[in-house]
Design a binder for this molecule. Structure first.
Ligand SMILES: [Zn+2]
Length: 438
């Protein structure tokens, strides 16, 4: 690839750029303050090197940028190789409900509106975007499909490769060793967008509510900067945060809902049970009698379950208290657990009856026919989105579309109420589409 192409719609620190590139200082002074032009965050008064140069610590992981650097760019020319053959090569077919959502998204993207696809987990949201993406590529638009989670990008890459078989694509993430390629379709982590400037006519942001994007102003700025001034974006999620929901209410963001799972059964609602000072009891090796009775019942009936606890330190005492109560046959699991994958697989293989887990299992896992119990659901670690995602573990399988979700807490928290409200709202809409109650 020539030097020019590598700068199309990019902003890169170079010692010198091609003749038709433009350059700007990487760090600029705005009044008394200094701002990084790659991530648009403010420097701290202490962000200075021994040689007096200023540097940005916020985007350090993309390589150190100092006040001695310049960022080079060439305005995005949309100069792509001609696609030979059909753009959309996906062999699948959308359900009527998915098709309706896909048409709504296509209509909005034609109008270049910023939009949100709010689809329940298991609705097939990736495929719903395909018709609009095919249209955008046919317009010669440059498109990015991004996610805060690298595992989402890695999982998506082969699917997009198959669905858009003749469209050159590139995958970018922090551990990538393959060299950068100028392509019409870019799949990358949100961090990688910091290397782009006014490049994309359309940006699809997958799992928009996931950490760290949801809490990071830097990454939110990255999306705005990488998008062309004439461009637009599509957010995908099952659990939009309050900020996104506010934008929807204020009509700043168009929304397409898909409130029904593919099997047509409504989402399980969260049942709340109050337990007084469960931490004090746990310190004495005991769990609330009603929780113990519920789990004993599950074991008797052969009902498999996930028990979510707030913190890693809670796993061991909870496991011990369950053992005391005769509830055995499960394992504990957390993010840094070396045997994490094997334990999750054991649950999948049904060689264990339950897992006691932290929020790591809130997304991306499917076990058929399970119940979900949350202990300490009022702990701040369980955000509204986390609670909805956790509830969404239940009833995913076509043969077992129902199940129980129980949250035990010391007091009814706002986050729990908001999660119930979100599920109720989706179910009201799902019912209108013919969804069946559990
Ligand atoms: Zn920076």
């Amino acid at each position: 690839m020539n030097d020019e192409q590598s700068l199309f719609g990019r902003q890169l620190p170079l010692t010198a750029g091609p003749a038709n590139s433009s350059a700007q200082p990487a760090i600029v002074s705005v009044g008394q303050r200094k701002q990084c032009q790659r991530c648009h965050q403010w420097l701290l008064p202490t962000d200075q090197l021994p040689n007096q140069a200023w540097y940005c610590r916020q985007c350090l992981q993309l390589g150190r940028l100092t006040s001695q650097d310049k960022l080079y760019t060439i305005a995005e020319p949309n100069r792509f190789a001609q696609v030979t053959g059909p753009i959309l090569t996906w062999p699948g077919k959308l359900s009527p409900m998915q098709g309706t959502a896909a048409t709504a998204i296509l209509d909005l993207v034609r109008q270049q509106r910023d939009q949100l696809l709010w689809a329940v987990t298991g609705a097939g949201k990736t495929e719903i975007v395909y018709p609009a993406l095919a249209w955008a590529l046919a317009q010669n638009w440059r498109v990015a499909w991004v996610s805060p989670r690298v595992d989402v990008c890695l999982e998506l890459a082969p699917r997009l490769q198959q669905a858009f078989g003749h469209v050159p694509q590139t995958l970018l993430h922090g551990n990538q060793t393959a060299p950068y390629r100028y392509c019409q379709l870019t799949l990358c982590t949100t961090h990688q967008l910091l290397r782009f400037h006014a490049a994309f006519d359309w940006i699809i942001v997958d799992e928009v509510d996931a950490f760290p994007l949801a809490t990071s102003p830097l990454l939110q700025t990255a999306i705005a900067t990488a998008q062309k001034p004439t461009g637009s974006h599509l957010y995908l999620t099952a659990t939009p945060g309050e900020q996104l929901q506010r934008q929807v209410r204020q009509k700043r963001l168009a929304v397409t809902y898909l409130p029904l799972r593919y099997h047509g059964v409504l989402l399980p609602q969260i049942a709340v049970r109050l337990i007084w000072r469960w931490r004090e009891s746990l310190a004495k090796g005991k769990l609330a009698p009603k929780l113990v009775r519920q789990l004993q019942g599950y074991r008797r009936r052969g009902q498999r379950f996930l028990l979510f606890v707030p913190h890693v330190v809670d796993l061991k005492p909870v496991a011990q208290a369950l053992q005391q109560a005769g509830i055995v046959g499960g394992l504990t699991v957390h993010a840094a657990d070396d045997d994490r994958a094997a334990k999750v697989q054991a649950m999948r293989d049904q060689t264990v009856s339950f897992l006691i887990t932290t929020t790591i299992l809130e997304r991306g896992v499917t076990f058929p026919d399970i119940a979900v119990v949350v202990l300490g659901g009022d702990d701040p670690v369980f955000s509204t989105a986390a609670l909805v995602q956790i509830a969404g573990r239940v009833g995913r399988h076509h043969d077992f579309p129902t199940g129980e979700v129980t949250v035990y807490c010391h007091s009814q928290s706002r986050r729990v109420r908001l999660a119930q409200g979100m599920i109720a709202r989706l179910n009201r809409q799902g019912k209108r589409l013919g969804g069946q109650r559990q």
